[in-house]
Design a protein around this ligand. Structure first.
Ligand SMILES: Cc1ncc(COP(=O)(O)O)c(C=O)c1O
Length: 921
């Protein structure tokens, strides 16, 4: 039965301080104010709670010093009603985010229009309510008493022409600047002035836990310079524009390589207007969406099309009696923006030279890559493009056998030889984890020992996995580069694109790690560290020693070649099929031509303009508000996890697997158990993210439903048909819930209500029913939770497809296997339950799959073309109770390559190479 957790009111606050946690703190203050009005609490209770809030509230422009002072005044005048009214107003403004628009949220008095006009500068009048709003952090040496006056000065800079409007937020120290950008997602620009201190002026315990978690990373140098502070802030939130204002020798500073972190350096404050304009320009740069902007312009032009896209302009739609509803449903702009042209302000996706090129360059900046390709046919296509471009026939690629089928098909197309490595199994839940680094290193060392290391070109892994296992991308790449310095890495981050915008997850992304490795390579101290390890290892370290050592690569030898694919449509605001392929490859020039060919092979010559535009817009959104959105997605996930664990009835039948259940202890070296554990805090979570071999992406929640008597497919169906709740994938006894940038707390409330309702139904059924009802339920639960089939490992490729293979390694010619099936006479079908299967498993001839067989779920190929079918595989298939098995037709049976066909491929009489095949011949 699922473990039960007591409700922990502040676990989320303690560990993660997202936007909802702040709203909750204000709501708590409101409750205290109401209690003060009712006489159950008093003014000093309210004052204490207000004081607790004050330190963190300084990091936000709203409610700001003016309203906070009004609240303190209401305490001083012992006025509970005004206090409650003002707190209610602030709560409302925070919840609805109405303070971002002009209005009287900023005033203590509801009806004092004159005062509003006084406080707000004229340009923030009601007319231009739609200007996007952000906040600018000002780090200053000026005393806190002067901040309100400085604030007014900044506001006076606003002009009617400004495309955006911002409020300044002041802090005086390194620690406060760090806390402000961590807590306040509205901050989009930072100005660093001289004279700031190091430690926060606040003693607030919440801030202390936050800074102490990062103590070793960021807070070692009490004399941090403006440039060092800029580097720290940029490390946490790379999207921020940073401006340094100094009265020192700015020419020297500006010339140093470290100065690249600042967007501009100003000499002294006399340039305030210039600074304001630079801030606006910086935001505009992120706001600009080159392709989308042009598409909008294009849609406004009166264009006559004599081209092959009748739907463009919508005339055939809106004039029709029969399909007009399509036009009404989608709206006119879709048709005005449809085009097959690559001229007239639009660009060509296949050979971009204009605004698509610019949009891709901005996406590269956002993802921390050198270049990005937009792909309009999903990450399925991005993966095939990368594999085809980077691998040639005969090249070996070390591949997670459990990866998405696009990689396997990519290998077929490229003629590359996959050398499959296995993820750790999670048999209990019919799913796989991720591939342990030891397994990957062993594969490389085996190839090396056979003198075949030169043939391996790529390591191809999924990060994070479908179920949320996140690799230590940096460590994996470093240790592999120590064995093969020019290895190419392809990280399939189909689910993980959003992670770039979270400082906790970013180091574990492909690009985050690649950038960290690059910084390390450029650090002169790194060579010494490498050489020291070399002298410790000696001349000929054994394979075991290499496996047991955390290997350091030679920074002089590394050719850093990292590719990442992400389904932008899966985690950001792109339309279905919008995907990006990000590249950070020092040797890209050597594969550029191949890359073009791969684009030409896979990209449609009629790419969908709306998908391209949505990729452009997704980038804009993530650069301007991605940090807050991702924080919200994580917070929502933690709220769901907590609500399920603490609800007495839901937790009786359901549970969401914690990190401790998803990641075996040997891969959690930090001892981290789970986000919800009572003793989890920032320090532990950060340590886990930095040191554990695998972490769990909190936004991917495996909800076990077998304990409620449902298999995954059945439960997914119930949620969809009865409650309009859609979930991600299923396993035999679980469904996968995923929170994303789109979710709200109302969604959490709905889900919890639904689970509570289902749990109540089960409970009532069991308590009212006869004994046999209970027995039947327990039998079903037992069957779902314990009678789970063993997950079959990859067996081996048949000899016919291993003509040039090594002896210790399992790579094979998957393309040979695939195309062998094109010869219909060389194939046979045997039903899975037919006794011939068992006979041949026992006595031969060997059964060899002619196709990919991919049951869904779990979604990994249990057979690939050319693979030998084993007892394990057959047992698994016989126990499978899923309906959807790609590549397998139950009526026909297993599609196999006939022994005589295999013998022909082998080029010799069957008996010599193979046990039992003579009989078949
Ligand atoms: C790991 C992984 N990679 C790639 C894909 C394919 O992505 P897309 O649906 O964008 O084609 C998926 C789809 O589920 C996936 O799970």
């Amino acid at each position: 039965m699922p473990k039960q957790t007591k409700p922990q009111e502040r676990t989320i606050d303690k560990f993660f301080n997202g936007p909802s946690a702040r709203a909750d703190r204000w709501q708590d203050l409101y409750d205290i104010a109401r209690a003060w009005v009712n006489g159950t609490k008093n003014g000093s209770d309210f004052e204490g709670a207000l004081a607790d809030l004050t330190a963190t509230e300084e990091f936000y422009a709203y409610p700001g010093s003016h309203l906070m002072a009004a609240l303190r005044d209401s305490v001083a005048t012992d006025d509970p009603r005004s206090s409650a009214a003002l707190v209610a107003k602030i709560c409302r403004a925070l919840m609805t985010r109405s303070f971002r628009k002009p209005g009287n949220d900023w005033e203590a008095q509801e009806d004092d229009e004159a005062a509003v006009r006084d406080v707000l500068p004229p340009t923030l009048g009601r007319a231009d309510a739609r200007r996007p709003y952000f906040e600018t952090l000002i780090v200053t040496g000026a005393p806190a008493e002067r901040w309100p006056a400085l604030s007014s000065e900044w506001r006076r800079l606003r002009r009617p022409l400004d495309a955006f409007v911002y409020e300044p937020v002041f802090v005086g120290s390194v620690e406060d600047a760090f806390c402000a950008i961590m807590l306040n997602p509205d901050i989009a620009a930072v100005v660093i002035n001289d004279g700031f201190t190091f430690r926060s002026r606040h003693k607030a315990p919440m801030l202390r836990t936050l800074t102490s978690a990062f103590e070793n990373l960021y807070f070692q140098n009490p004399d941090a310079s403006a440039l060092e502070l800029a580097t720290l802030l940029k490390h946490v939130r790379p999207e921020l524009d940073i401006y340094i204002v100094s009265s020192r020798r700015v020419e020297m500073m500006a010339g140093s390589p470290e100065a690249a972190v600042a967007r501009r350096i100003f000499y002294s404050v006399e340039e305030l207007l210039e600074l304001h304009l630079a801030i606006m320009e910086g935001i505009q740069d992120r706001y600009d969406t080159p392709f989308f902007d042009n598409l909008k312009k294009y849609a406004q032009r009166p264009i006559g099309t004599f081209h092959a896209l009748p739907i463009a302009r919508g005339k055939s739609v809106f004039k029709s009696d029969w399909i007009r509803d399509m036009g009404e449903f989608y709206g006119i702009n879709l048709f005005l923006a449809e085009s097959s042209a690559t001229t007239g302000g639009l660009d060509s996706l296949l050979e971009p030279t204009g605004n698509i090129k610019n949009a891709q360059e901005k996406a590269a900046r956002a993802l921390g890559a050198d270049r990005v390709f937009f792909v309009t046919n999903g990450t399925s296509t991005s993966n095939k493009m990368a594999v085809q471009a980077l691998l040639a026939p005969g090249d070996i690629a070390i591949v997670d056998r459990n990866c998405h089928k696009s990689h396997h098909y990519g290998m077929v197309l490229a003629g590359a030889q996959p050398m499959y490595v296995e993820a750790f199994p999670m048999t209990e839940y019919s799913m796989y984890g991720a591939v342990p680094l030891r397994t990957i290193k062993k594969a490389l060392l085996d190839l090396k020992s056979e003198g075949r290391l030169h043939r391996v070109k790529m390591l191809d892994l999924t990060n994070c996995t479908f179920d949320g296992h996140i690799y230590d991308t940096r460590r994996v790449m470093e240790e592999c580069l120590a064995i093969k310095p020019d290895l190419i890495f392809l990280w399939d981050e189909a689910w993980f694109g959003f992670a770039r915008f979270s400082p906790f997850l970013r180091p574990r992304t492909a690009m985050g790690a690649a950038n960290d490795i690059e910084t390390w390579m450029n650090d002169p101290a790194s060579l010494g560290v490498y050489e020291q390890q070399q002298s410790q290892l000696g001349d000929k370290p054994s394979g075991q020693t290499l496996l047991n050592t955390r290997l350091i690569p030679d920074p002089r030898q590394i050719r850093l070649r990292v590719y990442q694919t992400n389904s932008t449509h899966k985690s950001m605001s792109a339309i279905r099929q919008g995907s990006m392929l990000a590249v950070k490859d020092v040797d890209f020039h050597s594969v550029e031509a191949q890359f073009k060919e791969a684009v030409f092979t896979h990209a449609s010559t009629s790419p969908n303009q709306q998908i391209i535009a949505s990729l452009d817009v997704s980038r804009r959104q993530m650069e301007l508000e991605g940090y807050g959105l991702v924080a919200n997605a994580i917070e929502i996930a933690l709220a769901i996890r907590q609500a399920v664990a603490s609800h007495p009835l839901i937790s009786k039948y359901f549970q969401i697997l914690g990190a401790d259940q998803m990641v075996p202890p040997e891969y959690r070296q930090s001892g981290f158990t789970d986000y919800l554990s009572p003793n989890t805090n920032w320090v532990k979570a950060i340590e886990s993210m930095r040191n554990d071999e695998f972490c769990l992406d909190p936004t991917r929640m495996t909800l076990v439903c077998g304990t409620a008597g449902f298999d995954g497919t059945q439960f997914k169906g119930i949620l969809a048909s009865r409650y309009n709740v859609q979930v991600n994938k299923t396993s035999r006894n679980s469904v996968l819930l995923q929170s994303n940038i789109n979710n709200t707390r109302s969604d959490v409330a709905h889900l919890i209500r639904v689970l509570a309702e289902i749990s109540t139904e089960i409970d009532q059924r069991l308590s009212r029913g006869e004994n046999n009802v209970r027995r039947e339920f327990e039998g079903r639960v037992n069957s779902l939770m314990t009678e789970v089939p063993n997950l079959p490992n990859f067996s081996r490729f048949h000899e016919a497809f291993r003509k040039d293979a090594g002896t210790r390694t399992n790579e094979g010619d998957i393309r040979g296997g695939f195309f062998a099936a094109y010869n219909a006479e060389g194939c046979e079908y045997i039903p899975l339950s037919h006794p011939d299967i068992d006979k041949r498993l026992k006595n031969g001839p060997t059964l060899v799959s002619a196709s990919f067989v991919i049951p869904y779920p779990p979604g990994f190929p249990i057979m690939v073309p050319g693979q030998v079918v084993t007892q394990e595989t057959v047992d698994f298939m016989r126990k499978l109770d899923v309906k959807e098995i790609h590549g397998y037709d139950a009526a026909e049976g297993l599609k196999l390559l006939r022994p005589d066909a295999l013998a022909r491929i082998l080029g010799g009489p069957p008996a010599e190479k193979e046990k039992g095949s003579r009989k078949a011949a």
